[in-house]
Design a protein around this ligand. Structure first.
Ligand SMILES: Cc1ncc(COP(=O)(O)O)c(C=O)c1O
Length: 410
């Protein structure tokens, strides 16, 4: 047979167990009433519909034709870019403005931001450093960009962020390839629910500085997809950015924002990459390659998506209403998480420390856990030695039974 596919694409086969298992769960649910589907990373109402923000819905349905149908400018609008910046950094926005040069580039979701960053800030065949539990599409973004992943251990023996292993692997990789590109998904990690402490972040930044002082380029990709679902008070989810102050001059930090998670605009494909550095030259480079890649890889971003977000951030009334609804969304998730944690304790089920986000993970030694749970009509995502339970799409009433079933097979 003729080789129809380019050589570099021969390895490609999308083996997304997440999408496939989700499909299987949906099919099973049609057949059996008692199926519990804990696979979906979208926030759902108790009755099973996606959690829609009324403010988003209202703004969407009042967009003009040009706000809906026209091509969006590659750089988005000021309402969008400044709005995202202020939302993401919250109380630290002024401090970041004072200490850093920055630029906000709209992307097709957080995914577009990560994918472009992998592509532009590595040489081919280099590796991005990330923890050993991670959202599996990172692998796709990496291979598509001709780069690979290298992991460090996320936890130490006390189930705290493993600063020592991070440091060791970061220095090792940086010296090996003369570049360090680190990806951290924090707070409210997918899949584990981990929130790094401010001190963890200080340690990470000390290490990045140490590498930078070896005259090695350093890039931090900070994926904050679930920042609005950290279950502490909102200001605490933003306090980690205080540690950014210590970043050395020519380090580039790319903060990845997802419109999918913050606004439930999953299907709109809207997000942003915020490039920050104390060096204007570094930010100029970020803008130069970022703009090019938006055009070269997906042309521009969803016009309605950009306008909905821009309007909500710039109209006080919309913003206040949206913030109230965001509290409701967080409380919905909190009620599920609290019940899950209570039931886990009652049933003596050990889980990974959870502080926010759409997922709770449970360590397991059972190699057949996925099949055993499916036989019991429960669908979760198995990953290495854990199972990932999406509390975002569970209903409260299913939780006690779900925990018992997990305990039975774990
Ligand atoms: C950890 C993480 N990062 C980023 C994203 C990006 O999502 P999107 O491309 O829809 O913004 C997701 C979505 O599931 C995620 O779980």
């Amino acid at each position: 047979m003729k080789r129809i596919v380019g050589k570099h694409a021969e390895y490609k086969k999308l083996e997304s167990n997440i999408l496939q298992i989700s499909q299987e769960a949906k099919a099973a649910k049609k057949q059996f009433a008692d199926v519990i589907d804990a696979t979906v990373g979208m926030l759902h109402q108790e009755e099973g519909n996606v959690f829609k923000f009324q403010t988003v819905d209202e703004v969407l349905h009042n967009l003009s034709d040009s706000e809906t149908y026209h091509y969006a400018p590659v750089r988005g609008t000021k309402d969008f870019t400044e709005g995202v910046f202020n939302w993401v950094f919250g109380e630290n926005a002024e401090m970041i403005r004072k200490n850093f040069k920055y630029s906000v580039i709209p992307t097709t979701g957080g995914s577009g931001a990560i994918s472009n960053s992998f592509y532009n800030f590595n040489d081919f065949n280099q590796k991005v450093l990330l923890p050993n539990y991670y959202w599996s599409p990172y692998q796709n973004f990496a291979l598509e960009a001709n780069v690979d992943l290298k992991t460090f251990l996320m936890y130490d023996e006390n189930f705290k962020f493993n600063v020592t292993d991070f440091k060791e692997k970061a220095l090792e990789l940086a010296k090996e390839q003369n570049r360090l590109c680190v990806l951290l998904n924090d707070p409210s990690n997918n899949p584990t629910g981990l929130c790094m402490t401010k001190n963890d972040w200080h340690e990470v930044i000390n290490t990045l500085n140490e590498v930078n002082r070896l005259d090695i380029p350093v890039i931090l990709i900070h994926d904050i997809a679930y920042i609005d679902y950290q279950l502490k008070d909102n200001k605490y989810s933003r306090e980690i950015f205080e540690t950014y102050q210590n970043l050395d001059e020519d380090i580039l930090a790319i903060v990845v924002f997802s419109g999918s998670k913050t606004f439930s605009l999953y299907g709109f494909r809207v997000g942003a990459q915020i490039g920050l550095s104390k060096s204007q030259d570094v930010v100029d480079n970020f803008v130069r390659v970022g703009d090019y890649s938006v055009r070269g890889r997906f042309s521009s971003v969803s016009q309605p998506g950009i306008n909905i977000i821009g309007k909500i951030f710039t109209h006080n009334d919309f913003k206040k209403r949206f913030e109230n609804e965001m509290n409701t969304a967080r409380n919905l998730l909190k009620a599920r998480a609290n019940l899950f944690l209570e039931e886990a304790e009652k049933n003596n089920l050990e889980i990974l420390p959870y502080c926010g986000g759409f997922f709770i993970s449970v360590p397991t030694k059972n190699k057949n856990i996925f099949k055993d749970l499916v036989n019991d009509h429960v669908f979760v995502i198995p990953m290495q030695d854990i199972i990932r339970v999406a509390i975002s799409s569970l209903s409260i009433q299913d939780i006690p039974n779900l925990v018992k079933k997990i305990k039975k097979h774990i």
